[in-house]
Design a protein around this ligand. Structure first.
Ligand SMILES: [Fe+2]
Ligand SMILES: [Fe+2]
Length: 375
């Protein structure tokens, strides 16, 4: 096994190899970065655990044809070797970077790395616990991809003298339990919104290369194609059981759509310098990503959120303001701080309810689920 130890995570063919690769080692002490990744708030990426036996029992027979095609595509591994620095990787002037931009960009990289790694840990665990070869094969392939993604972001962070201690995170970060159907909704959406986010930035920078302040954005196209396939896999998993996307479960789907969209909105609005450097209007970007994600999610969800409803933007702005109040109260501390924080939480809850109760748009779900990345 030692022969593989000096590989780069980009060349790894399994998640185990990826995690053992040289670029996963921690050359610098990055206590703060790891502390940031350890945070568990409503807005930070979490680690999940689930009922692995129930997931292992999924029978993919109803979607067999599409399933085999997708797995074949993922096995052919078009992105092997892609996620590492090459001659396209320009020098990054970390010291010359505007301090606010540097802070927000590093925050962006750490939270992206944590999110990638969170997927990796969950998928790897499913692969380890399962005995259903359809399921374990899929999860092994997805874990492989996420390990590469996390490894690549860690490469970028390392240049800034920072690395997230992924081993420590696996052991010490709190795991949130979600029953399998919630894992499907949440993970499906996070893969698809991840695709929509990365492709929107990629296309924007294609048209405005002068805003590409870091080389990692050049890798976003292949990156988001991986996420797109992962989302496809979850769409097929949900297709195996029509109950998952009908009846009372529609309310859960609406809940997850609202939670995922509004979390993204609030988090992105916390990074004004980052979006300004990209030349992207955060509000435009948010709506654009929602629009793409909604269009894609029609492949399996019978509803989408009405993001043009007059209450939508208002609700998001209220949520964002409430969130700023919570953060301020936390920093202030003391009785005044706590009271203001609690008031902020009540405001956030009210804003969320107002978003959740906007009537959803209904539509028919196509017979044929499979999509190709089209943006
Ligand atoms: Fe990923
Ligand atoms: Fe993914």
């Amino acid at each position: 096994m030692n022969v593989q130890a000096n590989k780069h995570s980009a060349d790894a063919t399994t998640v185990e190899e990826g995690l053992a690769a040289d670029n996963m080692a921690m050359p610098v002490d990055s206590k703060t970065a790891t502390e940031v990744a350890m945070q568990n708030t409503l807005l930070t990426p979490r680690f999940y655990t689930t009922d692995f036996d129930e997931m292992d029992a999924i029978d993919v027979t109803p979607v067999r044809e599409d399933w085999d095609k997708l797995i074949g595509q993922m096995k052919s591994d078009p992105n092997k070797g892609h996620f590492k620095k090459n001659e396209d990787w320009d020098d990054v002037d970390w010291d010359g970077m505007d301090p606010a931009l540097k802070r927000e960009f590093i925050d962006f990289l750490i939270s992206s790395c944590t999110a990638e790694f969170s997927g990796c840990v969950l998928y790897k665990e499913m692969k380890r616990r399962g005995s259903n070869s359809d399921i374990t094969t899929l999860f092994q392939l997805m874990a492989r991809d996420e390990a590469r993604h996390a490894g690549f972001i860690n490469d970028a962070l390392r240049e800034a003298g920072i690395a997230v201690n992924l081993g420590f995170l696996t052991q010490q970060k709190k795991y949130t339990y979600f029953r399998p159907k919630f894992i499907y909704y949440a993970t499906y959406l996070s893969e698809k919104i991840g695709y929509a986010r990365y492709i929107t930035i990629f296309r924007h920078l294609e048209a405005h290369p002068e805003h590409r302040f870091h080389p990692i954005f050049k890798w976003f196209k292949e990156w988001c194609n991986d996420e797109f396939s992962h989302g496809e896999a979850f769409a097929l998993l949900m297709k195996t059981d029509p109950k998952l996307t009908s009846g009372g479960n529609t309310l859960w789907i609406k809940f997850f759509l609202t939670a995922v969209y509004s979390t993204m909105w609030v988090r992105d609005h916390q990074r004004p310098a980052f979006h300004e450097a990209l030349g992207v209007d955060t509000t435009w970007y948010g709506q654009e990503v929602f629009r793409k994600t909604s269009e894609i999610s029609k492949q399996v969800f019978p509803i989408t959120l009405d993001i043009d409803h007059p209450r939508w933007r208002k609700g998001l702005d209220r949520l964002e303001a409430a969130n700023r109040q919570i953060a301020k109260g936390k920093t202030a501390g003391g009785l005044g701080g706590s009271l203001s924080r609690m008031a902020g939480m009540a405001k956030a809850a009210a804003a969320f309810v107002s978003l959740y109760t906007i009537p959803a748009l209904k539509h028919d779900v196509p017979e044929d689920t499979r999509l190709e990345p089209a943006y």
